[in-house]
Design a protein around this ligand. Structure first.
Ligand SMILES: *[C@@H]1O[C@H](CO)[C@@H](O)[C@H](O)[C@H]1NC(C)=O
Ligand SMILES: *[C@@H]1O[C@H](CO)[C@@H](O)[C@H](O)[C@H]1NC(C)=O
Ligand SMILES: *[C@@H]1O[C@H](CO)[C@@H](O)[C@H](O)[C@H]1NC(C)=O
Ligand SMILES: *[C@@H]1O[C@H](CO)[C@@H](O)[C@H](O)[C@H]1NC(C)=O
Ligand SMILES: *[C@@H]1O[C@H](CO)[C@@H](O)[C@H](O)[C@H]1NC(C)=O
Ligand SMILES: [Cu+2]
Length: 642
């Protein structure tokens, strides 16, 4: 079909590109129908430095539906009412929500209008199989886009679900470069479709944390004042009230309102866009959340009362508007190090029509009780046991579809054990900051100077994109093949190189990620690009009990025994997993997508300081050809002219 079309176009002497009819974001955000031809969805992104609650807010106020259009009808970004330098897309935060149907082409022209800033955008959750050059990871799948330039992302979305896009450079995401990317299928193809009546744009919920200054102010980080990276606030779909920490008074920014009709059932799509180490907990007053998908993968529906999500995780749930009509609180509270400041934000669930219940006072941080909590921080009861104590873990969820039987094989083709850790330089600061030392670091809240590592290697970017330029290969390494500088490490230098594992195409890969950091109340969400993985096991050791490799061996022996006994029935799939504090996660994936894929902690300060690895799947020949005129970049250090 395509071939004939191309010939026809050729005969007429028209360039193929002229024959494509672009659809607007609005036209693409349609009801997906069976048998409908795919659309070419064109979106223009303009990235700028901008100001929240700035001058534009003297002229107009964004209303709530504005937030979900693709162009700002009012260029005021209100956020939480605090004036701040932001990195916005189309003068909106979150950026435009992209809504398409599975199989559509998505073309995003990203114009970088932020002077002096380089950018890339990652399409988090989209596998990009066949479109490997558009994953948006700097120096892996592309060169960073310099200011003044436009880069065209062009891919077909082949996996449905609630996805997410965000900056993949430095800590930029934290200042506003993120938004929703929703890929729907016809209702007839939604296995959980019978559970809800509506799946509306206005029920997409992007939650994010927010600082009142540029996040770069905290990278590497301060030690004398304003230490650490704790956010000042939380935003729900880009807005919220700010509570003055001294006077405890709230400002008058209106909360985001989710409207529902009594008696109907709604699909909510929640995206955790946090950038700091705080997890987010979402609870809706008097309403249970019936989980139907995690990270875009369908699960067998389960009802819970409250959910915890780490950065990069997405959750779809059904909310039944079955309570007395009125207004109910939606609470998002931040955990981990945000617990100290009891950071929380609200939105409102509002029933239409006659009100039979008045809204109560805002709930306190720890006021609400719940029977079932999803994805608990305390994962001691997750491993090998049925859900108990009101805690439901990610590994206890069941996939909707029958799993690929290859994934249940006792022995994987490749097993990677990836402990992650921080290297602290606290006791060696005089050497660390001695002459001619330029080691990378960041300053966590307790003011140690630290670097992040996985298997003792701190990831650094290569000089050129690995997917398109071989210059980058020279910094590739892994524990079995360290680069020259690391073979004889100086006392205070962790090995810094481009931590990469080559993986045979179509092999079954098992990854065991575990926490060696010893930091209380800090659980790390790991995200895999290009694939989703099956979650087999999650667990946690009691505190004060260091994870040793012997303990991990015992975890693996038990895992093997369970595989042999056929204990795992239908493990659920995800692309981001929150590894419990002092705990581990055992996952498997089928490496069926050739390319260079990152797996990394999704907390920006950990990503940027080395808690990343690259999975290189297949051979360069397995990839589609490099797009014509694909930008190149590298260092320029030629021989000196004589
Ligand atoms: C986690 O839960 C277990 C079992 O309920 C309990 O013994 C343990 O104290 C809890 N750990 C933490 C850190 O709360
Ligand atoms: C690291 O050094 C800083 C500054 O000297 C100090 O405040 C902090 O407590 C130290 N951290 C540890 C873990 O010793
Ligand atoms: C990391 O380095 C430490 C200290 O050199 C060593 O004891 C440990 O075995 C290494 N860990 C891994 C996973 O290689
Ligand atoms: C990994 O793959 C790259 C690119 O194909 C190759 O240059 C490199 O030698 C491989 N490394 C190993 C350890 O096989
Ligand atoms: C656990 O490891 C930390 C850091 O290596 C060490 O300080 C601590 O003493 C260890 N604790 C136990 C119980 O072994
Ligand atoms: Cu981390």
């Amino acid at each position: 079909m395509k071939f004939f079309l191309l010939c026809f176009i050729y005969l007429l002497g028209i360039k193929a590109s002229n024959s494509i009819v672009f659809s607007s974001p609005k036209e693409c955000a349609r009801n997906c129908k069976d048998g409908e031809p795919p659309k070419y969805c064109y979106v223009k992104f303009i990235l700028e430095y901008y100001t929240s609650n700035g001058m534009a807010c003297n002229w107009c106020m964004p209303n709530i539906t504005n937030q979900l259009s693709t162009e700002a009808l009012c260029e005021c970004i209100i956020a939480d009412g605090i004036e701040k330098t932001v990195l916005s897309i189309n003068r909106m935060i979150p950026g435009p929500t992209i809504q398409v149907c599975k199989g559509d082409h998505v073309i995003i022209d990203l114009e970088n209008a932020a002077e002096g800033l380089e950018v890339t955008i990652h399409w988090h959750g989209v596998f990009q199989n066949g479109y490997q050059y558009y994953d948006g990871v700097p120096f892996i799948t592309q060169c960073p886009i310099p200011s003044g330039n436009t880069f065209r992302y062009d891919f077909v979305v082949d996996n449905e679900g609630t996805h997410f896009y965000h900056s993949h450079i430095s800590v930029q995401m934290m200042d506003g470069q993120y938004g929703g990317l929703i890929v729907r299928v016809p209702k007839s193809q939604e296995p959980n479709g019978f559970l809800y009546d509506e799946d509306l744009a206005e029920h997409i919920m992007v939650i994010s944390d927010w600082m009142h200054e540029l996040s770069l102010e905290h990278y590497p980080g301060k030690v004398r004042s304003d230490i650490g990276q704790t956010p000042d606030n939380i935003l729900i779909n880009g807005r919220g009230k700010y509570t003055d920490p001294v006077t405890k008074r709230k400002n008058n920014i209106p909360y985001y309102v989710f409207n529902v009709d009594p008696g109907k059932r709604y699909r909510f799509r929640v995206i955790n866009g946090f950038g700091t180490v705080c997890l987010a907990q979402l609870t809706i007053e008097w309403h249970s959340l019936q989980i139907i998908a995690m990270d875009g993968e369908n699960v067998q529906a389960v009802k819970v009362d409250s959910v915890i999500m780490g950065s990069g995780e997405r959750l779809d749930f059904v909310l039944s508007a079955d309570q007395p009509p009125g207004s109910y609180w939606i609470q998002v509270k931040a955990l981990g190090e945000c617990r100290t400041s009891e950071l929380q934000q609200f939105a409102i669930l509002r029933y239409s029509g006659q009100v039979s219940r008045q809204q109560t006072n805002e709930p306190g941080y720890s006021q609400w009780r719940y029977n079932w909590l999803f994805n608990p921080q305390n994962a001691t009861g997750c491993s090998g046991a049925p859900p108990n104590n009101g805690r439901l873990c990610v590994n206890q969820m069941q996939s909707f579809d029958q799993v690929d039987p290859r994934i249940l094989r006792v022995n994987p083709d490749l097993q990677l054990i990836l402990p992650f850790d921080f290297v602290s330089y606290n006791s060696t600061l005089t050497t660390f900051f001695g002459p001619k030392k330029y080691d990378k670091f960041f300053v966590p809240p307790k003011a140690d100077v630290s670097l992040s590592v996985m298997r003792n290697i701190s990831y650094v970017e290569p000089i050129s994109p690995l997917i398109s330029q071989r210059e980058g290969y020279k910094s590739l390494c892994n524990p079995n093949q360290l680069i020259q500088e690391c073979r004889n490490p100086g006392k205070y230098t962790a090995c810094s190189c481009t931590h990469t594992y080559n993986i045979t195409l179509d092999s079954i890969v098992e990854v065991v990620i575990y926490d060696q950091t010893w930091v209380e109340d800090l659980s790390h969400p790991f995200h895999l690009h290009g694939h989703s993985f099956y979650v087999f096991d999650i667990g946690q050791f009691t505190s004060g009990n260091n994870i040793t490799s012997e303990k991990i061996q015992r975890v693996l022996q038990r895992h093997q025994a369970r595989l042999m006994d056929g204990d795992y029935i239908n493990p659920a799939r995800k692309d981001t997993i929150t590894v419990p504090i002092n705990g581990f996660a055992t996952i498997r994936f089928i490496a069926n997508n050739p390319g260079w894929w990152m797996m990394h902690c999704h907390f920006l300060w950990h990503t940027v300081s080395g808690m990343d690895v690259i999975f290189h799947v297949g051979e360069p020949d397995d990839l589609p050809p490099i797009p014509e005129n694909f930008p190149t970049c590298s260092s320029f250090v030629p021989d000196v002219n004589v």
